[in-house]
Write a protein of this length. Structure first.
Length: 365
């Protein structure tokens, strides 16, 4: 009897152990399912947020200094101008997409239109990739649809008025000093400028803001400070393969051009075709052939073309160290990604330290 009871007890104990293990396995599976569900939810939420609301962007070059610095990390608001529905089929958070597949798309309602002097992230229009897979650029929208943009002796004019100046806009100045005096690079840097070279004996080229230029002009060793201007006949653009700027000489001298807008009808001539070539062929996907002074668009001979969407003229705030609309032309509305909203982190790669004073700063136009 004792042996029988002992055997029953062993069976009971084995049964209890099995039930306990089963419960532990179920708890482990339940915990794993919860984590998998949480990760899946986070991934879906991140895709939705990135696609429709906000996107992170890092400043890779000095083209927006001093407004934005290399190493600034931004939150870009897509809801400001309205997010774009998907344009390609690909892997989220990568530039991997299915070649040759371009989806019909639209722009969701936004809080506003792109306004003059907004700081905008957009897809680099000259890239050959599908729009959404193109490299992202960030510049200031100095000209909006219908504006007349002119660059005269390195100064920007919008609708015949000198463009609004902002605290962070930099240009190159020529600083002339007294005889047998040298301009100190360290002193220039401490004032907020950057000495980039000698113009000739006693003259230096310095990249700086208008306020810094005024400050340096009052130094006792300085005789004169004036804006550096390329000669009008200096051909800078002949070394670049951009259709838009092929009709001009350099980025300090751009004759008046009207920023195209939806519904605008332009008269095409051999002299102005370089302004509109990318718009007609690349962005609005028409076939164009030249026949003397005539143009054959999609098989029809005509000298007129009606613009199908709005365009913008973008410039970097570091005016002499920015490749922008002065070089490659207008940015189509289809390429607008969003508005720069906030610097959430900033890293100084030279000092290998965070720029704590810039973290969580909102970006003001």
């Amino acid at each position: 009897m004792a042996d029988q009871l002992s055997k029953e007890e062993r069976e009971e104990r084995r049964s209890r152990r099995n039930r306990r293990k089963g419960k532990e396995n179920e708890e482990a599976k339940s915990w794993l399912r919860e984590w998998m569900d949480a990760l899946l939810f986070a991934a879906v939420a991140a895709i939705i947020i990135r696609a429709l609301l906000f996107e992170a962007y890092r400043i890779p070059t000095p083209s927006m200094e001093k407004t934005l610095l290399t190493g600034d990390f931004l939150i870009v608001s897509k809801i400001s101008y309205g997010a774009r529905t998907p344009m390609v089929v690909g892997v989220p958070f990568t530039n991997i997409y299915m070649p040759g597949v371009v989806l019909p798309w639209s722009r969701l309602p936004g809080l506003s239109e792109v306004e003059r002097n907004d700081i905008v992230v957009f897809n680099y229009p000259i890239d050959l990739d599908p729009t959404a897979a193109k490299t992202s650029y960030i510049k200031r929208a100095v000209g909006v649809p219908g504006d007349t943009v002119t660059v005269d002796d390195a100064e920007l004019f919008i609708n015949n008025d000198r463009a609004k100046s902002f605290e962070g806009i930099q240009q190159t100045y020529v600083v002339t000093v007294r005889d047998r005096v040298r301009l100190s690079p360290a002193k220039v840097e401490a004032a907020g400028g950057r000495l980039i070279g000698s113009q000739n004996q006693g003259s230096y080229r310095v990249t700086m803001t208008e306020d810094v230029a005024e400050k340096i002009s009052n130094w006792p060793e300085v005789n004169n400070v004036e804006l550096f201007v390329l000669p009008e006949d200096f051909n800078e653009f002949n070394r670049r393969d951009f259709s838009f700027s092929s009709g001009f000489n350099n980025h300090h001298h751009i004759p008046p051009v009207v920023v195209p807008f939806e519904g605008q009808t332009v008269t095409l001539t051999p002299a102005n075709y370089h302004i509109y070539e990318n718009i007609i062929t690349r962005y609005e996907r028409n076939n164009v052939e030249r026949n003397g002074d005539q143009f054959v668009i999609n098989g029809e001979t005509t000298n007129e073309y009606t613009i199908e969407q709005d365009y913008y003229f973008m410039m970097g705030d570091n005016r002499d160290d920015s490749e922008d609309s002065r070089f490659w032309g207008f940015v189509p509305q289809t390429h607008i990604v969003g508005k720069a909203g906030m610097i959430y982190f900033s890293w100084d790669s030279e000092r290998m330290l965070p720029r704590f004073g810039r973290i969580l700063n909102f970006i003001h136009d």
